[in-house]
Design a protein around this ligand. Structure first.
Ligand code: URA
Length: 250
């Protein structure tokens, strides 16, 4: 029988993964801007789908939030707040269960995501799927998104001004998702969301906070594809995350 870690160690060879670009030091933009901005109520027009319950007050809060999320995604789809809108094929808003307790956040869409309009659908996404399987989960139980919604040309790191512009969507999206925990995938996502320039190694293994939500940090699946020897440590991270996740419902 396959052990959980072996479920995601049977990855394609490293030579298959060369499209992933090494990341340069990131600038902690997102979090510093967040600190400066008070938490706001999402400015989203709530649209309820399906046949009409008389009033929004009669709907479960999850239904209202997920229709508001769809409405936010619709508005983000035509965003022109930064230069990435010139080169993107489409906005990659996020995918998964809008009522998930756990949200995974990666860096930025890559080539495959830009074409498909969904986060983590390339090789890194396939490894993320195997990581979820190893945790006994699948994409329908979690929500997956990135720090920014449009692909940076040549997969370069998101620039501070791009992160800043996209923060408009990012904050409202998380306000609507209201996750009970967040897992940041990789150094760029971790440094961006936490507003830190600390190396990934020092951010892993302890809980952080993002606007009141507990945050865990682990390796980016693309890094694990390049460095399979680190998968064991990645699996330890996921086990700790899973223990906390399970305790949510205890
Ligand atoms: N890498 C990311 O950080 N996000 C994606 O959606 C795909 C690859």
């Amino acid at each position: 029988m396959q052990t959980p870690v072996s479920l995601f160690t049977s990855a394609p060879s490293i030579s298959d993964q060369l499209s992933v670009v090494q990341a340069a030091p990131a600038v902690p933009v997102l979090s510093s801007s967040v600190q400066a901005v008070e938490k706001t109520v999402p400015v989203v027009e709530d649209k309820c789908v399906g046949s009409p319950p008389a009033s929004k007050a009669e709907l479960p809060v999850e239904v209202v939030a997920s229709s508001a999320l769809a409405s936010l995604a619709e508005r983000a789809a035509t965003c022109r707040l930064c230069g990435l809108s010139e080169s993107r094929t489409q906005v990659v808003f996020g995918a998964g269960n809008p009522n998930a307790d756990l949200v995974f956040i990666g860096e930025a869409p890559g080539h495959d995501e830009d074409l498909k309009g969904e986060p983590f659908v390339g090789q890194a996404g396939q490894l993320l799927d195997r990581m979820l399987t190893a945790m006994g989960m699948d994409r329908d139980q979690v929500y997956i998104m990135n720090t920014i919604k449009c692909r940076p040309p040549n997969n370069r790191d998101p620039r501070p001004d791009e992160v800043q512009a996209c923060n408009l969507w990012f904050e409202q999206q998380l306000d609507l998702l209201r996750p009970k925990m967040i897992c940041l995938l990789g150094r760029v996502a971790a440094q961006t969301v936490l507003g830190s320039d600390a190396p990934l190694g020092s951010l892993r293994g302890r809980w952080h906070d993002y606007r009141g939500v507990p945050v865990w940090v682990t390796y980016h699946p693309a890094f694990l594809l390049r460095s399979p020897a680190q998968k064991q440590k990645g699996w330890q991270d996921l086990q700790e995350l899973l223990a906390e996740y399970r305790s949510l419902n205890d």
